[in-house]
Design a protein around this ligand. Sequence first.
Ligand SMILES: C[S@@+](CC[C@H](N)C(=O)[O-])C[C@H]1O[C@@H](n2cnc3c(N)ncnc32)[C@H](O)[C@@H]1O
Length: 422
Amino acid sequence: MNDGPAQTSRVEELRARARGKAGPDALRLFEDALALMLSAGIEPASISTLTVDALVGLANGLATARSASTIPSLSMPGRHARLDEYVANAMGQTPGRILDIGCGCPPWPTIETGARFPATEVIGVDFRWPAFLLEDGAGLRAFFGEDRRLQYLFTDAALRVRSQAPDVLERSAVERFERLLRVLEAEGHDEARATIEADGARLTREPMHTYERENVRFVNGAIGSATVPKAAVIRCMNVMPYLGSARQTEALQWMGQNLEQGGLAIVGCNFAASTDQRYRVYRREGDWLAERELCFGVDWLRPVTAITWVALEGDVDPSAVASWTRVVRSDEVFAKRLDARFDALLSEHGLLERSPNGILEPIGSARGPNDLGRTMAAIATELDGEGYVASAASIIEASGTRARRNEIGDLAVATGGSLRLP
Ligand SMILES: C[S@@+](CC[C@H](N)C(=O)[O-])C[C@H]1O[C@@H](n2cnc3c(N)ncnc32)[C@H](O)[C@@H]1O
């Protein structure tokens, strides 16, 4: 599908689908991400409705959170497992301490990092602990504050077509919470940390304590002011975009100050199972925080879930990575080979396939985020095993910038620049 009018009409179809599902703020985020993909040389026919729905699902969530002045605490099991391997490789020895800044709740990745490095002290830091967490077996997680108001709600089905408007979901979560809270209080569970199950749901008071492990603990505090011991590694994933450009430099400086000499900071965004990943790696060198590399997954070369293409105000990394995608995809021979192999893998994994008119369409019913993440991670591993990441790195090198396939199979582009620590 190379002719201009067909491409234009595909873009219009994608936009129309988004307009039907996204509020005005979310639509702007979607439009920006779509424009970025097109500028990076992604063919409209290779952007499926799955991508539109994933982007719109995220954009709606972000817009709702923004209007309520909250930051989603959302995390996912297995989200940073590959980053743990990056740390294991880059440090060459077991890190004494890892800080997970803005760890979220439930803090699955923090717990998993503790399990991956049992001899390391892992500290999750976040300024927003829920007072209550309501969960059901169907993937609903609703956080409530001390004032008993809903802080944030997430469902596993957020990437699917919502069958209910968010306010209906919210009302139903609040009703269930209030019912369970009455049970909790009526049954005299007045100890600070209590859990009850009823109505197919579980209500936990002070849920952060349930996540502590022998080598994992949590600190309630904000970037810039939390009191934390210095660490060999700082991970700060899916947090910086919420700070806005004005506070990002200060946040980096604070992280630098809390790093031991030679320690690493990994700062970026990703989706389930370390897919859609983009991150910058910094090293503490004397009174400086030196930037080492900008890394991104092979799925940036052909976005599917595409969550981290969404750029909040001040987040320049989506366009930085998209420009490297463009460089790689300008090698037409490589892009053609990659696209053919990507298509074959998407079809083999039962995710997407080309319709007779060349448009990539979802196979079967919609999948939840963790399932999508696992599938995309498997595809990325296969592509890396077949040499696509190494070839893409060579294309970037040939354009005049130092690049490599890093130890976990992501592309890594050398970056410079140092930030003076106060
Ligand atoms: C989207 S979650 C990310 C959770 C986890 N890091 C992950 O990658 O899955 C963002 C978290 O950052 C926290 N956060 C945002 N700004 C913060 C700040 N200034 N200080 C501490 N935590 C912050 C929020 O409360 C939220 O829990």
